[in-house]
Ligand binder design. Structure first.
Ligand code: AMP
Length: 587
């Protein structure tokens, strides 16, 4: 294999060359260089290559270019461990085969059978899918493989570890004898070698050197703590590492849900992905991640296999994996195609053995780090709070500035400032083990009769008539700066009464398990509202009232029209402020 190989040296046909240029691949990756000619010559191969190395194109390119013929019947079958990977592989075939008349049919469980039968009848030359559903089609004879020229097992070791050995053997046994068999696998367990010996003919083994099996371009960090992967520890790690977008791995489905909730409660945009989710929910969550409307996807190994989302900067092993192979696979979700990434592990006492095994097997030695002590943590939070407060403070009137200066020269200034801080800045999350930095917004609220000179000058929002009773300063004729968490929370104010806001009424409430935080997310994710466009949220027994920017209300009602909350239609409508309850509450 020569490092200088280029796509020109592959001698690609014009339609494939055009597609490669359109996709934007400038030069072949190592695995593509190492395998192209062997596959193009029709040989069976076993390719040991790390995930994220460009292995999909490594088999798609020679198959499209040399193996697939013009006849309209199924000629290539690719088997993948998960639906997500199957969709990605199908997408790569579609992109690279765009000008070569390659019809692709994705065949995976959870999607409609008839739709797949129609796609097959439509003359697909490539079928890509999961073993269970593929076998289903073969047994029902809705998939004709009599003209099959090549079969690919993608992430073969993963399919075996997920218990697909029986299906794989059954499928391979039903294919025509002369077909080419390509096995791609990051690791080569004995069961994989046995399967290769049974179903391949004189395969060429192409193992990229071991340092390429473990993802390169990835920095590995390990945080040690007594509790291993607890949510508070994870929150501390996020505070330190500040990942932009991450895949967070847990070892069980239940943990994914719990960790995602923990992240959401701390204000992060997080979702979970596990095998219990219905197909459309999985696709919705993946869509949110791809569109960067979710920053943290908490997943099990199985659910996340094959996920290729280029902007993931971090993989976090919240639950440390039992096998080194799983660590390699998980970590390969970041650092895709030459990018750099960071893999972070939370290590508890029980994980030390597995960490050692990782070192022995793949030579991966995560840089050891320790979580900050409670005191260090507090110092950091205080500093962050000060920064947020300074950042949130807009322009103030000259009067206020004069008064502030006077105050600071007073002997008791510290206590007075502490009182202001306690009254207006702290409070909501003080008991949290690791409170996130509060996202604060400053809104003017007046207690004295406003004079033009004394108006706050720069925040561009009109003053409200009266501050809510609980927040009024009764004794001093001073302007009060109200600093509040941007998170939705209970208040005495009725949704829609805030200036520039109107009330949206949803026909679901506490009875349907509605929580204010989830409503806020719904409005952001489905209604496409910015955080600042959502105000107070009151969850009542049967209805929920939300303040939203007046000009967004109509569009919002339209976009929520079909939405259900726990299977109950939310039936959005304009809320009637006058009828709104006096003592409404939010959770
Ligand atoms: P894979 O290992 O097939 O999952 O590929 C990982 C990523 O590499 C995907 O996002 C591909 O689109 C990308 N990729 C594949 N081949 C190339 C190439 N020759 N140059 C740049 N990126 C590539």
């Amino acid at each position: 294999m020569s490092e200088e190989q280029s796509f020109e040296s592959f001698g690609l046909s014009e339609p494939v060359r055009r597609a490669v240029a359109e996709v934007g691949y400038a030069s072949p990756t190592l695995v593509q260089q190492a395998t192209f000619h062997t596959i193009a010559e029709g040989k069976d191969v076993i390719v040991q290559s790390r995930t994220g190395s460009g292995k999909t194109a490594a088999f798609a390119l020679p198959l499209i270019d040399r193996v697939i013929k013009p006849a309209r019947h199924v000629q290539v079958m690719v088997l993948c461990p998960t639906r997500e990977l199957a969709l990605q592989v199908a997408g790569e075939f579609e992109r690279l085969g765009k000008f070569a008349d390659v019809g692709v049919a994705p065949i995976y469980g959870g999607a409609g059978m008839q739709q797949q039968i129609d796609a097959l009848k439509g003359g697909a030359k490539v079928v890509v899918g999961t073993p269970g559903r593929m076998l289903d089609h073969l047994r029902r004879k809705t998939l004709d493989v009599s003209g099959l020229r090549a079969i690919v097992l993608d992430e073969g070791d993963e399919m075996l570890s997920m218990g697909f050995a029986e299906e794989l053997n059954a499928i391979l046994g039903m294919l025509p004898k002369g077909r080419q068999a390509l096995i791609f696998s990051a690791t080569m367990p004995d069961a994989m070698s046995r399967m290769a010996a049974r179903h391949q003919r004189e395969p060429v083994t192409i193992a990229l050197s071991s340092d390429h099996v473990a993802p390169d371009g990835i920095v590995h960090h390990a945080y040690f703590s007594a509790s291993g992967g607890s949510v508070p520890d994870l929150l501390k790690v996020l505070e330190i590492e500040k990942p932009k977008a991450a895949l967070v791995f847990c070892n069980t489905k239940a943990e994914t849900e719990m960790v995602a909730r923990g992240l959401q409660n701390a204000g992060y945009r997080a979702e979970y992905l596990n095998g219990d989710l219905a197909q459309n929910d999985r696709e919705r969550v993946m869509g949110l991640l791809r569109d960067e409307r979710v920053d943290f996807l908490v997943a099990t190994d199985v659910a996340a296999r094959g996920i290729d989302v280029p902007h993931l900067s971090h993989v976090i092993h919240c639950g440390f994996p039992e096998s080194p192979e799983a660590y390699v696979h998980r970590s390969g979700r970041t650092g895709r195609a030459g990018r750099t990434g960071t893999a972070i592990s939370l290590i508890g006492p029980h994980d030390i053995g597995n960490l050692y095994l990782l070192r022995l097997t793949y030579g991966i030695r995560p840089i050891e780090r320790t979580l900050p002590s409670a005191a260090e943590n507090r110092t950091r939070i205080e500093a962050a709070r000060v920064e947020s407060l300074i950042a949130a403070a807009g322009n103030v009137s000259d009067d206020a500035m004069v008064l502030a200066k006077r105050l600071l020269t007073h002997d008791d200034a510290e206590r007075a400032v502490a009182w202001l801080v306690e009254r207006f800045v702290m409070g909501v999350r003080e008991d949290d083990v690791m409170p996130p930095v509060p996202r604060v917004s400053v809104s003017p609220s007046l207690t004295a009769a406003p004079e033009a000179k004394s108006e706050p000058r720069s925040n561009g929002r009109p003053p409200r008539e009266r501050a809510p009773r609980s927040e009024r300063v009764e004794s001093e004729p001073l302007r009060k700066i109200e600093v509040r968490h941007a998170d939705p929370k209970a208040s005495d104010e009725t949704p829609g009464e805030e200036v520039g806001m109107e009330s949206l009424e949803l026909s679901v409430g506490k009875r349907e398990g509605v929580r204010a935080g989830e409503v806020a997310r719904l409005l952001r994710d489905v209604g496409m509202l910015a955080k600042s466009e959502v105000g107070r949220i009151h969850v009542r027994d049967r209805v929920t009232l939300v303040s939203v920017r007046a000009e967004k209300l109509d569009a919002l009602i339209e976009s929520l029209a079909e939405v259900k909350y726990n299977d109950v239609p939310v039936s959005p409508r304009r809320g009637d402020v006058a009828e709104a309850p006096e003592a409404a509450t939010a959770d």
